[in-house]
Design a protein around this ligand. Structure first.
Ligand SMILES: [Zn+2]
Length: 321
């Protein structure tokens, strides 16, 4: 480089530096697609046998994996829980199953009594009978992708230690049998403490709107979506209202029990639910996921939730009907 170019580039550099100041900096070693791939592969491996709640060995193996990741991220225990496990009994076909949500927190620096939830369910549907060559429904997109994302967010926010409000990371169990894990969680927390809930479900593929986009369910029920859109202005990321209103996705995922209690609780998604033919099939496997896009989505989440995490914005409650 000669002196002339250096001179002409210098003002440009100043301009860039000034415009970047004040924005959340996301260091480059975070959200590497390789790191995401490692976790998503482990959770959707054949050894996990599709993470069914009726397969105690498999579901506990997945739970232990998430616990070790929460530990590595340095998360603390939630409220009065003696560990990361929130246990409960689930009765089905006259049998009791001991299940657990996995919960960890990063205490808020100035508003520790105000919670923001990042959640994703880790159970899936197990083995599909009658399939010949492969019978394991690996659930890579549904929902190893969401769990991988909250683990990465936990690592990120834990390294930053800048959150004004308390961040609560929850890996729910028993979503596939009717949202039992999130219902139990909702019954055992004071909903007035929860400022917002971001549930991540099926975020491993590119949405119908293209790369670097996602949609939010129940957009009209609170102003969470609008706040996120405002925070994404000027970035390459775009948030859309759920384009599949007939699918009732707002009521079909783990955000629903807390939304019913007035919490601005929504699900972020990228799946093309009307045409994804791997949905609940043995073909929902990790090579079909786009970890590059997933990694972008994590930056999307950090940027779009920033003012809610730092206490600047407080979303409206959802009005119970
Ligand atoms: Zn599912």
């Amino acid at each position: 480089m000669n002196n002339l170019t250096r001179l002409t580039l210098f003002p440009l550099f100043c301009l860039l530096w000034v415009s970047c100041k004040g924005q959340t900096t996301i260091t480059s070693d975070f959200f590497k697609p390789k790191n995401l791939e490692e976790i998503v592969k482990a959770l959707s491996s054949d050894e996990m046998r599709g993470r069914s709640v009726f397969d105690s060995v498999a579901i506990n193996q997945a739970a232990e994996y998430i616990i070790s990741e929460f530990e590595k991220a340095g998360l603390q225990y939630f409220e009065n829980l003696p560990s990361y496990s929130q246990e409960f009994l689930y009765n089905a076909n006259d049998k009791d199953y001991r299940l657990r949500n996995i919960v960890g927190i990063i205490p808020g620096k100035t508003k520790p009594q105000e919670y923001i939830l990042f959640s994703a369910h880790y159970d899936h549907i197990g083995i599909i009978k009658g399939e010949v060559t492969d019978s394991i429904a690996n659930g890579a997109d549904d929902n190893a992708s969401g769990v991988t994302s909250i683990i990465q967010l936990a690592r990120y926010f834990s390294a930053q230690q800048e959150n004004a409000r308390t961040l609560v990371f929850v890996a729910f169990t028993a979503e596939e049998v009717g949202g039992k894990g999130s219902a139990y969680f909702a019954e055992n927390v004071d909903p007035s403490k929860i400022v917002a809930m971001f549930n991540l479900e099926m975020v491993g593929k590119v949405s119908k709107f293209g790369k670097n986009t996602a949609y939010i369910t129940g957009f009209k029920y609170s102003d969470v979506g609008k706040i996120m859109q405002k925070n994404l202005e000027g970035t390459k990321y775009k948030l859309f209202p759920d384009p599949y209103p007939n699918q009732q996705l707002f009521f079909r995922s783990d955000n629903a029990p807390l939304a019913h209690k007035g919490v601005p609780a929504h699900t972020l998604c990228t799946v093309e639910i009307d045409k994804d033919n791997t949905y609940h099939q043995v073909t929902d496997e990790w090579p079909l996921l786009d970890t590059e896009n997933m990694s972008g989505l994590l930056k999307f989440i950090v940027l779009s939730t920033k003012t809610i995490i730092n206490g600047e914005d407080t979303p409206q409650r959802i009005k119970s009907k």
